[in-house]
Design a protein around this ligand. Structure first.
Ligand code: ACO
Length: 377
Protein backbone atom coordinates (compact mmCIF):
# COMPACT_ATOMS: atom_id res chain seq x y z
CA UNK A 1 0.00 0.00 0.00
CA UNK A 2 1.34 3.49 -0.85
CA UNK A 3 1.43 5.62 2.30
CA UNK A 4 1.72 9.35 3.01
CA UNK A 5 0.07 12.37 1.50
CA UNK A 6 2.98 13.53 -0.71
CA UNK A 7 1.46 16.75 -2.01
CA UNK A 8 -2.17 15.63 -1.77
CA UNK A 9 -4.31 18.39 -0.23
CA UNK A 10 -7.72 17.12 0.92
CA UNK A 11 -10.53 19.30 -0.40
CA UNK A 12 -7.91 21.28 -2.39
CA UNK A 13 -7.89 23.69 0.57
CA UNK A 14 -5.67 26.66 -0.20
CA UNK A 15 -4.88 25.44 -3.73
CA UNK A 16 -5.13 28.07 -6.49
CA UNK A 17 -6.81 26.30 -9.41
CA UNK A 18 -7.93 29.25 -11.58
CA UNK A 19 -7.23 32.90 -12.28
CA UNK A 20 -10.22 35.21 -12.41
CA UNK A 21 -11.13 38.87 -12.83
CA UNK A 22 -14.62 38.23 -11.47
CA UNK A 23 -14.24 38.25 -7.71
CA UNK A 24 -11.59 38.54 -5.03
CA UNK A 25 -12.17 36.89 -1.67
CA UNK A 26 -9.92 37.80 1.28
CA UNK A 27 -10.75 35.31 3.99
CA UNK A 28 -8.56 36.92 6.65
CA UNK A 29 -9.81 40.48 6.19
CA UNK A 30 -13.38 39.45 5.36
CA UNK A 31 -13.40 41.29 2.03
CA UNK A 32 -15.22 40.50 -1.20
CA UNK A 33 -14.54 42.50 -4.35
CA UNK A 34 -16.74 41.92 -7.43
CA UNK A 35 -14.89 42.92 -10.62
CA UNK A 36 -13.19 45.79 -8.81
CA UNK A 37 -16.12 46.97 -6.65
CA UNK A 38 -16.60 46.22 -2.94
CA UNK A 39 -19.63 43.94 -2.84
CA UNK A 40 -21.45 46.31 -0.46
CA UNK A 41 -21.38 49.11 -3.07
CA UNK A 42 -22.93 46.95 -5.76
CA UNK A 43 -25.32 45.00 -3.58
CA UNK A 44 -27.52 47.82 -2.42
CA UNK A 45 -27.38 50.03 -5.50
CA UNK A 46 -27.02 48.07 -8.73
CA UNK A 47 -29.70 46.42 -10.80
CA UNK A 48 -28.93 42.72 -11.13
CA UNK A 49 -28.74 43.22 -14.91
CA UNK A 50 -25.86 45.69 -14.40
CA UNK A 51 -23.93 43.20 -12.29
CA UNK A 52 -24.38 40.43 -14.86
CA UNK A 53 -23.01 42.77 -17.53
CA UNK A 54 -20.10 43.71 -15.26
CA UNK A 55 -19.14 40.06 -14.79
CA UNK A 56 -19.41 39.14 -18.46
CA UNK A 57 -17.79 42.27 -19.98
CA UNK A 58 -15.51 43.39 -17.11
CA UNK A 59 -17.09 46.86 -16.90
CA UNK A 60 -20.40 48.42 -15.99
CA UNK A 61 -22.71 49.19 -18.92
CA UNK A 62 -23.61 52.74 -19.92
CA UNK A 63 -27.32 53.63 -20.18
CA UNK A 64 -27.74 52.46 -23.80
CA UNK A 65 -25.84 49.24 -23.20
CA UNK A 66 -27.93 48.50 -20.13
CA UNK A 67 -31.18 49.03 -22.03
CA UNK A 68 -30.04 46.76 -24.87
CA UNK A 69 -28.70 44.06 -22.56
CA UNK A 70 -31.83 44.12 -20.40
CA UNK A 71 -34.09 43.74 -23.42
CA UNK A 72 -31.96 40.86 -24.76
CA UNK A 73 -32.34 39.09 -21.43
CA UNK A 74 -36.06 39.86 -21.17
CA UNK A 75 -36.62 38.40 -24.63
CA UNK A 76 -35.27 35.04 -23.44
CA UNK A 77 -37.50 34.56 -20.38
CA UNK A 78 -40.17 32.26 -21.80
CA UNK A 79 -39.74 28.51 -21.54
CA UNK A 80 -39.91 26.06 -24.45
CA UNK A 81 -43.07 23.92 -24.38
CA UNK A 82 -40.94 20.84 -23.71
CA UNK A 83 -39.53 22.42 -20.53
CA UNK A 84 -43.03 23.21 -19.26
CA UNK A 85 -44.20 19.69 -20.05
CA UNK A 86 -41.24 18.26 -18.17
CA UNK A 87 -41.95 20.49 -15.15
CA UNK A 88 -45.55 19.29 -15.11
CA UNK A 89 -44.41 15.67 -15.11
CA UNK A 90 -41.85 16.30 -12.38
CA UNK A 91 -44.35 18.19 -10.20
CA UNK A 92 -46.61 15.14 -10.29
CA UNK A 93 -43.74 13.20 -8.65
CA UNK A 94 -43.22 15.82 -5.91
CA UNK A 95 -39.52 16.20 -6.67
CA UNK A 96 -37.62 18.81 -4.57
CA UNK A 97 -37.28 22.15 -6.45
CA UNK A 98 -33.48 21.94 -6.75
CA UNK A 99 -33.73 18.59 -8.52
CA UNK A 100 -36.48 19.96 -10.74
CA UNK A 101 -34.27 22.95 -11.60
CA UNK A 102 -31.36 20.67 -12.52
CA UNK A 103 -33.57 18.49 -14.72
CA UNK A 104 -35.24 21.43 -16.42
CA UNK A 105 -31.98 23.36 -16.89
CA UNK A 106 -30.82 20.54 -19.18
CA UNK A 107 -33.73 21.25 -21.52
CA UNK A 108 -32.41 24.75 -22.17
CA UNK A 109 -30.27 23.26 -24.93
CA UNK A 110 -33.56 23.50 -26.86
CA UNK A 111 -33.72 26.84 -28.64
CA UNK A 112 -30.62 29.02 -28.28
CA UNK A 113 -28.66 29.19 -31.51
CA UNK A 114 -25.22 29.98 -30.13
CA UNK A 115 -23.28 30.16 -26.84
CA UNK A 116 -24.16 33.83 -26.20
CA UNK A 117 -27.86 33.10 -26.66
CA UNK A 118 -27.45 30.09 -24.38
CA UNK A 119 -25.82 32.27 -21.71
CA UNK A 120 -28.64 34.81 -21.90
CA UNK A 121 -31.28 32.08 -21.89
CA UNK A 122 -29.80 30.39 -18.84
CA UNK A 123 -29.83 33.59 -16.78
CA UNK A 124 -33.24 34.64 -18.09
CA UNK A 125 -34.97 31.28 -17.74
CA UNK A 126 -33.82 29.90 -14.40
CA UNK A 127 -36.33 32.18 -12.58
CA UNK A 128 -39.08 31.13 -14.99
CA UNK A 129 -38.33 27.46 -14.31
CA UNK A 130 -38.28 27.89 -10.54
CA UNK A 131 -41.46 29.97 -10.45
CA UNK A 132 -43.34 27.71 -12.88
CA UNK A 133 -42.38 24.62 -10.90
CA UNK A 134 -43.31 26.24 -7.61
CA UNK A 135 -46.75 27.14 -8.89
CA UNK A 136 -47.29 23.67 -10.38
CA UNK A 137 -46.36 22.07 -7.04
CA UNK A 138 -48.91 24.33 -5.36
CA UNK A 139 -51.71 23.47 -7.76
CA UNK A 140 -51.51 26.68 -9.77
CA UNK A 141 -50.75 27.31 -13.43
CA UNK A 142 -47.39 28.84 -14.35
CA UNK A 143 -47.49 32.54 -15.23
CA UNK A 144 -45.99 34.00 -18.37
CA UNK A 145 -43.06 36.34 -17.65
CA UNK A 146 -43.95 40.04 -17.45
CA UNK A 147 -41.64 41.95 -19.84
CA UNK A 148 -42.39 45.27 -18.13
CA UNK A 149 -40.65 44.09 -14.94
CA UNK A 150 -36.96 43.83 -14.07
CA UNK A 151 -35.33 40.41 -13.71
CA UNK A 152 -35.75 40.45 -9.91
CA UNK A 153 -39.29 41.87 -9.88
CA UNK A 154 -40.40 39.45 -12.58
CA UNK A 155 -39.22 36.46 -10.53
CA UNK A 156 -41.33 37.56 -7.56
CA UNK A 157 -44.24 38.27 -9.89
CA UNK A 158 -44.03 34.82 -11.51
CA UNK A 159 -44.06 33.20 -8.06
CA UNK A 160 -46.99 35.11 -6.59
CA UNK A 161 -48.92 36.73 -9.44
CA UNK A 162 -48.56 40.12 -7.73
CA UNK A 163 -46.40 42.99 -8.92
CA UNK A 164 -43.95 43.24 -5.98
CA UNK A 165 -43.50 46.38 -3.88
CA UNK A 166 -40.32 48.33 -4.65
CA UNK A 167 -38.81 47.41 -1.25
CA UNK A 168 -39.26 43.68 -1.93
CA UNK A 169 -37.66 43.94 -5.35
CA UNK A 170 -34.76 45.92 -3.85
CA UNK A 171 -34.34 43.25 -1.15
CA UNK A 172 -34.14 40.49 -3.74
CA UNK A 173 -31.84 42.53 -5.99
CA UNK A 174 -29.50 43.10 -3.03
CA UNK A 175 -29.49 39.36 -2.39
CA UNK A 176 -28.82 38.41 -6.04
CA UNK A 177 -26.00 40.96 -6.31
CA UNK A 178 -24.46 39.72 -3.07
CA UNK A 179 -24.29 36.06 -4.08
CA UNK A 180 -23.55 36.53 -7.78
CA UNK A 181 -19.95 35.36 -7.56
CA UNK A 182 -17.51 34.14 -4.95
CA UNK A 183 -14.13 32.95 -6.17
CA UNK A 184 -13.65 29.29 -6.90
CA UNK A 185 -16.49 27.91 -4.80
CA UNK A 186 -17.55 24.30 -5.40
CA UNK A 187 -20.29 24.94 -7.98
CA UNK A 188 -18.18 27.45 -9.92
CA UNK A 189 -15.29 24.99 -9.98
CA UNK A 190 -17.67 22.32 -11.28
CA UNK A 191 -18.82 24.67 -14.06
CA UNK A 192 -15.23 25.52 -15.02
CA UNK A 193 -14.21 21.85 -15.13
CA UNK A 194 -17.11 21.05 -17.45
CA UNK A 195 -16.67 23.98 -19.84
CA UNK A 196 -12.88 23.40 -19.92
CA UNK A 197 -13.44 20.16 -21.82
CA UNK A 198 -14.94 22.32 -24.64
CA UNK A 199 -18.38 21.20 -23.53
CA UNK A 200 -21.22 23.78 -23.56
CA UNK A 201 -22.80 26.38 -21.23
CA UNK A 202 -25.96 24.40 -20.56
CA UNK A 203 -23.93 21.37 -19.46
CA UNK A 204 -21.70 23.52 -17.26
CA UNK A 205 -24.63 25.26 -15.55
CA UNK A 206 -26.53 22.00 -15.12
CA UNK A 207 -23.50 20.47 -13.38
CA UNK A 208 -23.07 23.56 -11.22
CA UNK A 209 -26.70 23.34 -10.08
CA UNK A 210 -25.99 19.78 -8.93
CA UNK A 211 -22.98 20.99 -6.93
CA UNK A 212 -24.90 23.90 -5.38
CA UNK A 213 -27.64 21.63 -4.09
CA UNK A 214 -25.56 20.04 -1.31
CA UNK A 215 -26.06 21.26 2.28
CA UNK A 216 -22.35 22.01 2.65
CA UNK A 217 -22.65 24.60 -0.15
CA UNK A 218 -25.94 26.18 -1.26
CA UNK A 219 -28.29 23.90 0.64
CA UNK A 220 -27.54 25.42 4.06
CA UNK A 221 -30.07 28.28 4.43
CA UNK A 222 -33.16 26.08 4.75
CA UNK A 223 -31.72 24.10 7.70
CA UNK A 224 -30.32 27.36 9.16
CA UNK A 225 -33.82 28.86 9.30
CA UNK A 226 -35.27 25.60 10.62
CA UNK A 227 -32.80 25.86 13.49
CA UNK A 228 -33.94 29.40 14.35
CA UNK A 229 -37.59 28.33 14.30
CA UNK A 230 -36.89 25.20 16.35
CA UNK A 231 -35.09 27.30 18.97
CA UNK A 232 -38.15 29.54 19.10
CA UNK A 233 -37.05 31.84 21.92
CA UNK A 234 -33.62 33.18 22.72
CA UNK A 235 -33.50 31.68 26.22
CA UNK A 236 -33.53 28.22 24.63
CA UNK A 237 -30.71 28.90 22.15
CA UNK A 238 -27.80 27.76 24.30
CA UNK A 239 -29.36 24.42 25.34
CA UNK A 240 -30.44 23.66 21.77
CA UNK A 241 -27.11 24.54 20.13
CA UNK A 242 -25.03 22.89 22.83
CA UNK A 243 -26.98 19.64 22.34
CA UNK A 244 -26.41 19.82 18.59
CA UNK A 245 -22.67 20.32 19.00
CA UNK A 246 -22.49 17.57 21.64
CA UNK A 247 -24.03 15.21 19.06
CA UNK A 248 -21.24 16.23 16.65
CA UNK A 249 -23.66 17.97 14.28
CA UNK A 250 -22.74 21.02 12.20
CA UNK A 251 -24.53 24.32 12.57
CA UNK A 252 -25.77 25.34 9.14
CA UNK A 253 -24.94 28.93 8.25
CA UNK A 254 -21.64 28.90 10.14
CA UNK A 255 -18.07 28.13 9.11
CA UNK A 256 -16.41 28.72 5.76
CA UNK A 257 -13.49 27.26 3.87
CA UNK A 258 -12.06 30.69 3.06
CA UNK A 259 -13.44 33.18 5.61
CA UNK A 260 -11.88 33.03 9.03
CA UNK A 261 -13.78 36.16 10.06
CA UNK A 262 -17.46 37.03 9.58
CA UNK A 263 -18.47 36.62 5.94
CA UNK A 264 -18.91 40.17 4.56
CA UNK A 265 -22.03 39.00 2.73
CA UNK A 266 -23.62 38.15 6.09
CA UNK A 267 -23.34 41.82 7.07
CA UNK A 268 -24.97 43.04 3.86
CA UNK A 269 -27.80 40.55 4.04
CA UNK A 270 -28.33 41.15 7.77
CA UNK A 271 -28.75 44.88 7.05
CA UNK A 272 -31.14 44.20 4.17
CA UNK A 273 -33.11 41.77 6.35
CA UNK A 274 -33.26 44.27 9.20
CA UNK A 275 -34.70 46.91 6.85
CA UNK A 276 -37.25 44.44 5.54
CA UNK A 277 -38.46 43.28 8.96
CA UNK A 278 -38.53 46.89 10.18
CA UNK A 279 -40.69 47.89 7.21
CA UNK A 280 -43.02 44.98 7.96
CA UNK A 281 -43.26 46.19 11.57
CA UNK A 282 -42.27 42.90 13.20
CA UNK A 283 -38.70 42.45 14.41
CA UNK A 284 -39.29 39.29 16.47
CA UNK A 285 -37.70 36.81 14.06
CA UNK A 286 -34.84 39.14 13.21
CA UNK A 287 -34.04 39.72 16.90
CA UNK A 288 -34.23 36.00 17.60
CA UNK A 289 -31.86 35.27 14.70
CA UNK A 290 -29.37 37.87 15.96
CA UNK A 291 -29.44 36.20 19.38
CA UNK A 292 -29.04 32.73 17.88
CA UNK A 293 -26.07 33.94 15.84
CA UNK A 294 -24.36 35.36 18.92
CA UNK A 295 -24.88 32.15 20.89
CA UNK A 296 -23.80 29.95 17.97
CA UNK A 297 -20.55 31.82 17.38
CA UNK A 298 -19.71 31.71 21.10
CA UNK A 299 -20.43 27.97 21.36
CA UNK A 300 -18.53 27.17 18.16
CA UNK A 301 -15.50 28.92 19.68
CA UNK A 302 -15.92 26.75 22.79
CA UNK A 303 -16.44 23.43 20.97
CA UNK A 304 -14.08 24.04 18.04
CA UNK A 305 -11.34 26.25 19.48
CA UNK A 306 -8.92 27.71 16.96
CA UNK A 307 -11.19 26.95 13.99
CA UNK A 308 -12.54 30.53 13.70
CA UNK A 309 -16.05 29.40 12.79
CA UNK A 310 -18.08 32.51 12.03
CA UNK A 311 -21.42 33.33 10.42
CA UNK A 312 -21.48 32.69 6.67
CA UNK A 313 -23.71 34.07 3.92
CA UNK A 314 -26.36 31.38 4.33
CA UNK A 315 -27.59 32.37 7.79
CA UNK A 316 -28.87 35.79 6.76
CA UNK A 317 -29.83 34.54 3.31
CA UNK A 318 -32.42 32.47 5.13
CA UNK A 319 -33.71 35.42 7.09
CA UNK A 320 -33.83 37.78 4.12
CA UNK A 321 -35.50 35.35 1.72
CA UNK A 322 -38.04 34.39 4.39
CA UNK A 323 -38.75 38.12 4.84
CA UNK A 324 -39.34 38.35 1.08
CA UNK A 325 -42.06 35.74 1.48
CA UNK A 326 -40.11 32.85 -0.05
CA UNK A 327 -40.59 29.42 1.43
CA UNK A 328 -37.60 27.37 2.55
CA UNK A 329 -37.61 25.08 -0.49
CA UNK A 330 -37.05 28.11 -2.70
CA UNK A 331 -33.89 29.30 -0.95
CA UNK A 332 -31.32 27.23 -2.84
CA UNK A 333 -33.02 27.62 -6.26
CA UNK A 334 -33.02 31.38 -5.64
CA UNK A 335 -29.31 31.18 -4.87
CA UNK A 336 -28.86 29.50 -8.28
CA UNK A 337 -30.80 32.33 -9.93
CA UNK A 338 -28.14 34.75 -8.65
CA UNK A 339 -25.05 32.58 -8.99
CA UNK A 340 -25.78 31.50 -12.58
CA UNK A 341 -24.44 34.87 -13.77
CA UNK A 342 -21.14 34.13 -12.01
CA UNK A 343 -21.00 30.56 -13.33
CA UNK A 344 -21.34 31.87 -16.86
CA UNK A 345 -18.75 34.62 -16.29
CA UNK A 346 -16.33 31.90 -15.16
CA UNK A 347 -17.19 29.75 -18.17
CA UNK A 348 -16.39 32.68 -20.47
CA UNK A 349 -13.03 33.15 -18.73
CA UNK A 350 -12.28 29.44 -18.87
CA UNK A 351 -13.13 29.32 -22.58
CA UNK A 352 -10.66 32.16 -23.20
CA UNK A 353 -8.00 30.25 -21.27
CA UNK A 354 -8.68 27.23 -23.45
CA UNK A 355 -6.98 24.60 -21.30
CA UNK A 356 -8.59 21.44 -19.99
CA UNK A 357 -8.61 21.14 -16.16
CA UNK A 358 -7.04 17.81 -15.47
CA UNK A 359 -5.23 17.41 -12.14
CA UNK A 360 -3.63 14.24 -10.82
CA UNK A 361 -4.74 11.71 -8.27
CA UNK A 362 -2.53 9.82 -5.87
CA UNK A 363 -2.95 6.07 -6.01
CA UNK A 364 -3.44 4.53 -2.57
CA UNK A 365 -4.26 0.95 -3.58
CA UNK A 366 -2.20 -2.23 -3.89
CA UNK A 367 0.52 -2.40 -6.55
CA UNK A 368 1.12 -6.11 -7.13
CA UNK A 369 -2.00 -8.20 -6.70
CA UNK A 370 -2.03 -11.55 -8.38
CA UNK A 371 -4.88 -12.32 -10.80
CA UNK A 372 -6.87 -15.45 -9.97
CA UNK A 373 -9.66 -16.87 -12.11
CA UNK A 374 -13.07 -16.62 -10.43
CA UNK A 375 -13.13 -20.36 -9.68
CA UNK A 376 -10.03 -19.94 -7.46
CA UNK A 377 -11.12 -16.84 -5.46
N1 ACO B 1 -20.67 23.56 12.79
C1 ACO B 1 -19.92 22.80 13.62
N2 ACO B 1 -18.64 22.46 13.36
C2 ACO B 1 -18.11 22.91 12.22
C3 ACO B 1 -18.84 23.71 11.31
C4 ACO B 1 -20.16 24.03 11.64
N3 ACO B 1 -20.90 24.79 10.82
N4 ACO B 1 -18.05 24.01 10.26
C5 ACO B 1 -16.87 23.40 10.49
N5 ACO B 1 -16.91 22.74 11.67
C6 ACO B 1 -15.82 22.01 12.31
C7 ACO B 1 -15.64 20.64 11.68
O1 ACO B 1 -16.41 19.67 12.31
C8 ACO B 1 -14.16 20.43 11.90
O2 ACO B 1 -13.96 20.06 13.22
P1 ACO B 1 -12.86 18.95 13.59
O3 ACO B 1 -11.57 19.42 13.01
O4 ACO B 1 -12.89 18.90 15.08
O5 ACO B 1 -13.32 17.68 12.93
C9 ACO B 1 -13.57 21.82 11.74
O6 ACO B 1 -14.62 22.72 12.09
C10 ACO B 1 -13.09 22.15 10.33
O7 ACO B 1 -14.13 21.79 9.43
P2 ACO B 1 -13.91 21.37 7.93
O8 ACO B 1 -15.06 20.54 7.49
O9 ACO B 1 -12.53 20.80 7.78
O10 ACO B 1 -13.92 22.76 7.22
P3 ACO B 1 -14.14 22.97 5.69
O11 ACO B 1 -13.39 24.17 5.32
O12 ACO B 1 -13.86 21.73 4.94
O13 ACO B 1 -15.72 23.20 5.59
C11 ACO B 1 -17.84 24.20 5.42
C12 ACO B 1 -16.32 24.41 5.29
C13 ACO B 1 -18.26 22.99 4.55
C14 ACO B 1 -18.58 25.44 4.95
C15 ACO B 1 -18.17 23.92 6.91
O14 ACO B 1 -17.81 25.03 7.71
C16 ACO B 1 -19.64 23.56 7.13
O15 ACO B 1 -19.99 22.40 7.00
N6 ACO B 1 -20.52 24.56 7.48
C17 ACO B 1 -21.93 24.30 7.64
C18 ACO B 1 -22.62 24.27 6.27
C19 ACO B 1 -22.77 25.64 5.67
O16 ACO B 1 -23.18 26.60 6.32
N7 ACO B 1 -22.46 25.73 4.37
C20 ACO B 1 -22.58 26.97 3.60
C21 ACO B 1 -21.18 27.53 3.31
S1 ACO B 1 -21.29 29.06 2.45
C22 ACO B 1 -21.60 28.60 0.84
O17 ACO B 1 -21.19 27.57 0.39
C23 ACO B 1 -22.38 29.52 -0.03
Amino acid sequence: MIKGTNGYIPGLAGVIAAQTRLSHVDGQLGELIISGYPVADLAQQAFFEEVIYLLWYDRLPNQDELVTFTSELTAQRSLPQATLALLEAIAAENVPPMDALRMAAGTLSLGPVDERQAALALVARLPTIVAAYWRLCNGRSPLAPNPALSHAANYLYMLTGDIPAVALTRGLETYLNTVVDHGLNASTFAARVIIATNSDMVSAVTGAIGALKGPLHGGAPGPALDMVFEIGKIDDAETYIRAKLERGERLMGFGHRVYKVRDPRAEILATAAEQMYQAAGDMALYDLAKGVEKTAVALLAEYKPGRNLQTNVEFYTALLLHGLGLETDLFTPTFAIGRVAGWIGHCLEQQREGRIIRPLSQYTGELARQWLPVSER
